[in-house]
Design a protein around this ligand. Structure first.
Ligand code: HEM
Length: 512
């Protein structure tokens, strides 16, 4: 149990603890609000169905301790780390870094991957195999593939239409990753394989964000699926054996893996000689799967970041015009060096979008052993005693709310405001000692040894796509109210139309 001096918000339900409220709130916003109202960088919330209290940590020193200093003492649980299917022999290994909920899900979705791999040595060995493919050098030399994917997307859209940009972005980023990493053609993100992968993600997200399921679903199969998420995990958390039931919604998670296995991996085996050269014989099939699946998971998050960017620019016409004016100075050629080095405002917009709308809003960890976590911002108990560390026991669940950390008032001041200029102004950025770290002092790609492998690729892809789209198209706000729902990653929904699943409609016209 957690110490009493760790602040807890009021309003917990007897049955659902605070988790129902977190689930119903726009993703990330409940924690962000509580940190402010309780004036704390650490809090505890009540778990649902009698689950022990959960520790929510936004304190920079504590995050550094968990993500860097003691990373292998905390089990991992996050969508983006579903990647890199590997090493079946490790599945029953001792360390058990993944929680009882996420492990079976990860296996069904993408096989036994880097995200699945247990323990320090094995994780490092697997990471070495992929690190080169995602260096800046590799991204630069593969830039033309992303350019081609962006071009394919632009040729297919014209006129003035209101459309769901998330769908288009998902097709485009999947197409880009296919070209970049595997010389594989996903047909502009519209081939049968692409449809199978995108439909699998979508059907999972639809179930995951369904509100009605929260109440009635614990006896229904579609809700068992939805409970895969951290916020909705109540039943599977309490009864992990449910993961094994042959229910359609649970077992359909294997679609992505099957598509990759049956179609793309075999083709790659023939094409990708470099990759084969790096591997021992017994690694081959799973290693190829790993390459594909990590990229596919990453293409989804990149698509979400791009969708939020277009929506934010639609709501802020002066920022949109200023960005387009900068892009016009280099258009129509978009070389790697131009995109990375000649557009400071594009760079500022990129950082601001990734700060404000992190596609993975939470990371969850379980402590493998007892620990003492140091705090930058000490807590004071009712007797006035100052506590500059927290004691936790093995098994403690910890949430690192990336969304809240990226908006902390102590670090960012007006953290909820979309203001790209903060990245260009002297003295507007937080000092190193008060941020948790990570790329660009934000936690969007995590930090430490398990920082997102594909973050350079994601950043370049984001910039290139955005530059090319804004060069040719104008975005107009529909005025619809958008809320964010958590379904492994951030999913925008139209308020009042939640039943239609994730969508982000924006009106798009050709630039004069
Ligand atoms: C905007 C896009 C992306 C975001 C926001 C993102 C975010 C993240 C985060 C937060 C983690 C850490 C998970 C944890 O430790 O719990 C992660 C891990 C990972 N990501 Fe991404 N990611 C993105 C795109 C990509 C892309 C494009 C790829 C590959 C092509 C990729 C590959 C990976 C891999 C392999 C890991 C696991 C690293 C490890 O455990 O060593 N990601 N990502």
């Amino acid at each position: 149990s957690l110490e009493k001096y760790i602040p807890m918000p009021g309003g917990a339900s007897f049955i659902w603890g605070h988790q129902k409220y977190v689930f119903e709130s726009s993703a990330g916003s409940a924690y962000t609000t509580w940190f402010r109202t309780l004036n704390s960088h650490v809090l505890q919330i009540r778990g649902a169905l009698g689950k022990p209290n959960i520790l929510i940590i936004a304190d920079p020193l504590a995050i550094n301790h968990i993500m860097i200093r003691r990373i292998y003492q905390y089990r991992e649980h996050l969508f983006c780390s579903l990647v890199i299917p590997f090493a079946p022999f490790l599945i029953d290994n001792v360390l058990q870094e993944h929680s009882e909920v996420s492990r079976p899900r990860i296996e069904r979705l993408l096989g036994r991957s880097l995200g699945w791999v247990e323990g320090e040595n094995e994780h490092k060995r697997m990471s070495q195999l992929v690190v080169h493919s995602f260096s800046w050098e590799s991204v630069r030399s593969g830039a033309h593939n992303i350019y081609m994917a962006a071009n394919t997307m632009l040729q297919k859209s014209n006129g003035c239409v209101t459309l769901d940009i998330t769908k288009i972005m998902q097709q485009a980023t999947l197409d880009a990753i296919g070209r970049y990493a595997f010389a594989h053609d996903f047909g502009g993100g519209r081939s049968d394989e692409a449809n199978c992968i995108l439909n699998s993600w979508r059907s999972m997200a639809e179930v995951a964000i369904s509100l009605s399921g929260f109440y009635v679903g614990f006896t229904k199969e579609h809700v068992l699926m939805r409970t895969k998420d951290m916020q909705g995990l109540m039943l599977i958390r309490r009864v992990p054996i449910l993961n094994r039931l042959p229910l359609r919604v649970i077992q359909s998670q294997g679609n992505v893996r099957r598509t990759i296995h049956a179609g793309i991996a075999r083709e790659l085996l023939i094409r990708n000689k470099d990759l084969l050269a790096q591997m021992s014989d017994e690694d081959v099939p799973e290693d190829l799967l790993f390459k594909l699946s990590k990229c596919i998971a990453g293409s989804e998050t990149t698509a979400q970041a791009l969708s939020y960017a277009i929506w934010e620019l639609a709501k802020n016409p002066p920022v949109q015009d200023r960005l387009r004016a900068e892009v016009k100075t280099i258009s129509p050629t978009f070389s790697f060096d131009q995109v990375q080095g000649s557009m400071p405002f594009l760079d500022a917009v990129t950082r601001e979008i990734l700060r404000l709308h992190p596609p993975t809003p939470y990371m969850e960890r379980n402590a493998i052993e007892d620990d003492i976590i140091p705090l930058k911002y000490p807590l004071v108990d009712q007797g006035g005693k100052v506590h500059s560390e927290i004691r936790i026991h093995a098994g403690q669940t910890i949430v690192i709310p990336i969304h809240s950390v990226n908006r902390l008032t102590t670090s960012w001041g007006d953290g909820d405001v979309f203001r790209p200029d903060r990245w260009l102004e002297k003295d507007s950025l937080p000092l190193n000692e008060i941020v948790a770290g990570g790329w660009s002092s934000i936690l969007t790609f995590s930090d430490g040894p398990r920082i997102c492998t594909g973050y350079r690729l994601a950043i370049f892809e984001f910039k290139l796509f955005l530059a090319m789209i804004i060069d040719g198209f104008q975005f107009i706000d529909t005025g619809l109210k958008i809320s964010d729902r958590y379904a492994s990653t951030m999913n925008p929904v139209v308020v009042g139309e939640e039943k239609r699943g994730p969508q982000l409609p924006v009106t798009i016209t050709l630039v004069d």
